[in-house]
Design a protein around this ligand. Structure first.
Ligand SMILES: *[C@@H]1O[C@H](CO)[C@@H](O)[C@H](O)[C@H]1NC(C)=O
Ligand SMILES: *[C@@H]1O[C@H](CO)[C@@H](O)[C@H](O)[C@H]1NC(C)=O
Length: 302
């Protein structure tokens, strides 16, 4: 008992948060504003302490060893901010309370986001998913987040920008990207900052949508956009290159078989949808050597 008291006094004196320990505060946790803010960080926890008050507004269980919190937090119907960062979650938590406005999931082991995972989180304004292992975000998975303003996805394994981002987004950061799909930012009128450095840009015809988007008044967002490929453009700044350097007529040489049937129309990109069909991007050069591309043309592969 004496030892306990000594420990407690030590916490009171040493902690920069000057934690107030009250009876409603779970053991080992810190409750600077009882019933409002509960911090249970770095405690080696594998499950939620039973005595976290159900009316808590802000809860952090960061830096623990949670593997799965599915449905555990559902009863916390006033929870607005939740940090689960630096844990071992292998998937996006299911059954989170719909009252959440800020959700921090940095430094976990999440590999994909399915369409249903965020369905109930319509009040979310900030979602941090940095430093996970996300390879896939299903198209439309983020669409129901009608108030989402900040989305961080740095340090994952996405190579392409997720489709159907919420129109409310004001800040986005990403890396590992190789390209941005045509019209990807067109539905994001509120976007004020996009962190695009540290991506692996492939400076070929497909990058022209991003190139033009940046040149139309978003130059501030374009610092440090460096090409990783093709080899002869590696280390060049994207915006110092000309359109012709990025997308020269010779870009078609990779598909000579397909090209041979057309005169001034050129396929710059193709990928297999299944063994019978290919989807193509059709580009032509009407004037001034500036390519005009249309995507989504599907032809039967012969
Ligand atoms: C939370 O509930 C406890 C009782 O469980 C109550 O004492 C406290 O005042 C409540 N706090 C808030 C902020 O409503
Ligand atoms: C979502 O936010 C609105 C406005 O702030 C609030 O009235 C509503 O109760 C919130 N929804 C939930 C489920 O907490």
């Amino acid at each position: 008992m004496l030892w306990c008291l000594y420990g407690l006094l030590l916490v009171l004196c040493v902690s920069p948060l000057a934690c107030l320990v009250t009876s409603s505060c779970p053991e080992g946790c810190c409750c600077p504003h009882p019933g409002l803010l509960v911090l249970c960080e770095s405690l080696g926890l594998r499950s939620l302490p039973v005595s976290v008050p159900l009316n808590t507004s802000v809860l952090s269980v960061a830096r623990n060893q949670f593997c799965n919190v599915d449905h555990l937090l559902r009863p916390f119907s006033s929870l607005q901010e939740l940090s689960l960062s630096h844990n071992q979650l292998a998937h996006f938590p299911r059954g989170l309370p719909p009252s959440l406005e800020t959700l921090q999931l940095q430094k976990n082991r999440i590999t994909y986001i399915t369409t249903g995972a965020l369905r109930q989180l319509g009040n979310l304004t900030r979602l941090d998913l940095e430093d996970n292992r996300i390879r896939t975000i299903q198209p439309g998975a983020l669409l129901g987040l009608g108030r989402l303003q900040v989305l961080t996805l740095k340090g994952n394994r996405l190579t392409i920008l997720p489709l159907n981002l919420p129109a409310s987004l004001t800040h986005l950061d990403l890396n590992c990207l190789r390209s941005v799909p045509e019209s990807a930012f067109d539905g994001l009128p509120s976007l004020r900052s996009v962190e695009l450095a540290n991506n692996l840009w492939v400076c070929e015809c497909d990058i022209l949508y991003l190139y033009r988007w940046l040149l139309s008044g978003r130059l501030k967002m374009a610092t440090d956009l460096v090409c990783a490929e093709p080899t002869h453009l590696a280390h060049h700044m994207l915006l110092t290159l000309s359109v012709m350097a990025i997308c020269p007529r010779g870009a078609i040489k990779r598909h000579p078989r397909i090209y041979s049937g057309f005169r001034n129309k050129v396929f710059t990109h193709c990928y297999s949808l299944n063994f019978k069909w290919i989807k193509l991007k059709l580009c032509h050069w009407p004037t001034h050597n500036i390519p005009f591309c249309q995507s989504g043309i599907v032809l039967k592969y012969l």
